[in-house]
Design a protein around this ligand. Structure first.
Ligand code: SF4
Ligand code: ZN
Length: 420
């Protein structure tokens, strides 16, 4: 039996118009994630008999149990079941949590997976908004938007620190990893179709992500499998297939069909894209990139900085400063936004020599991609522990000192052709 949700039982308004709403520091009543605490979200598939439809639970304190500002850890588990549901659809449904939560008046949501960041405003709290209302919204929207695959839905919210930590380890991380592994086994060569994603055109009208097995959407949340599932769930929706035909340059990643699709989808703003180049017709960047890569000609390479890193990079700019010149849906040769996962791909800047050009990354990012990056460097250049040759903020941030470090460790970028 399908339930069509008409109204959502919450004390504040709910509309797509609230998507861009920002909650400033002094308007915050409660905050989850970012620098304050852990916050993660997960959609998991269950069998129908494992789910009691419309069950919403809260384990741990609600936001009215302490004085503001309230800082709590948060885990949100959305369980779904349905005859047509597939595990491949989980990340697609999960990505939408960001939008559904943002549509609530007085609530701000940024990020996804275990880098979620949520703020509840004082206004929303005063109108009576409590944590169970996240459950009401997510329950209603899962049925509303994914009625083709979701027959039953339950939402479990955790704010108890030990529970949040335990479930992150035992439930969320293994699920994220499983999806990543599934994707890791796919290469661009192994498929004959890529996908465009136009979800971000709402604020970057010319932006088109071309999603391939090795180059996921720059937000990090739309993998090739996600794009494929999105197309199956919503045939006329944000993700459309592009057949990988008309190969112009394999190393740079240029296909005439891809160019055509991007030209159409950007209303003529962008007519050529090289999927594996940062200098020649690089892909556009909207604003929600996980990382920004930018060239450092003096060091013959590039730095990569992730959103979470707050300090200045060797290009003399912070992530925010780089983002303001990279984003907006325009091509910026020499700079590009991309997902974390793309960093260890053999296609990463393949046109300019590949991952051997990476000379600096924040330590946290290095540690995150280390295993996969080392594996790729071994295969491409027969170098062991390549990640250790990449400088980070604990070693140096000044370009001169970075170059000094690179020559000490014999970094391969120094032996490559001039980057420009
Ligand atoms: Fe889609 Fe790209 Fe936006 Fe991610 S960044 S939602 S892949 S358009
Ligand atoms: Zn975006």
């Amino acid at each position: 039996i399908k339930i069509k949700v008409k109204e959502i039982d919450i004390p504040v308004a709910f509309a797509a118009a609230f998507e861009g709403e920002r909650i400033r520091k002094d308007a915050v009543y409660a905050e989850f994630g970012s620098k304050r605490s852990k916050a993660w979200e997960l959609v998991v598939m269950k069998t129908p008999d494992e789910i009691e439809d419309h069950q919403i639970t809260l384990t741990g304190p609600d936001i009215d149990e302490t004085d503001p500002p309230v800082y709590l850890p948060l885990g949100i588990v959305v369980e779904v079941a349905g005859k047509n549901m597939e595990e491949d659809f989980e990340p697609v449904l999960e990505r939408r949590l960001h939008y559904f939560i943002n549509y609530i008046e007085g609530i701000m949501h940024i990020g996804q997976r275990n880098i979620a960041w949520i703020r509840i405003s004082k206004d929303a709290f005063e109108k009576g908004f409590r944590l169970k209302h996240f459950g009401e919204v997510l329950y209603a929207m899962m049925h509303e938007e994914f009625g083709t695959v979701v027959d039953k839905c339950a939402v479990h919210i955790y704010t108890d620190l030990s529970k949040v930590e335990e479930l992150e380890e035992s439930l969320a991380f293994p699920r994220y990893r499983k999806r990543d592994e599934r994707l890791a086994s796919l290469t661009d060569e192994s498929v004959d179709t890529f996908y465009t994603c136009l979800l971000c055109q709402s604020f970057a009208p010319a932006h088109v992500c071309v999603v391939t097995p090795e180059r996921l959407g720059l937000c990090g949340a739309v993998s090739w499998l996600d794009a494929k599932a999105t197309k199956e769930l919503d045939p006329t929706g944000a993700c459309q297939p592009v057949s990988k035909e008309g190969l112009e340059d394999e190393t740079k990643g240029i296909w005439s069909e891809v160019n055509k699709a991007v030209d159409t989808a950007s209303q003529g703003s962008v007519s050529r894209v090289s999927l594996y180049s940062i200098l020649e017709d690089p892909m556009t960047s909207c604003g929600c990139f996980e990382c920004i890569c930018g060239i450092v000609p003096e060091a013959n390479g590039v730095v990569i900085v992730n959103r979470e890193f707050g300090a200045t990079t060797p290009v003399g700019m912070t992530f925010g400063e780089l983002a303001s010149m990279t984003g907006g849906g325009v091509q910026t040769p020499g700079f590009m936004g991309h997902g974390r996962h793309f960093i260890a791909s053999k296609k990463f800047m393949a046109a300019e020599g590949g991952i051997g050009r990476i000379i600096w990354m924040p330590k946290e990012l290095k540690d995150d991609v280390r295993d996969r990056l080392n594996k790729t460097a071994k295969e491409l250049y027969d170098i062991d522990n390549f990640t250790d040759m990449i400088c980070d903020e604990t070693i140096a941030t000044d370009v001169e000192d970075v170059i000094q470090f690179l020559s000490e460790v014999g970094h391969p970028a120094l032996d490559q052709d001039p980057i420009m």
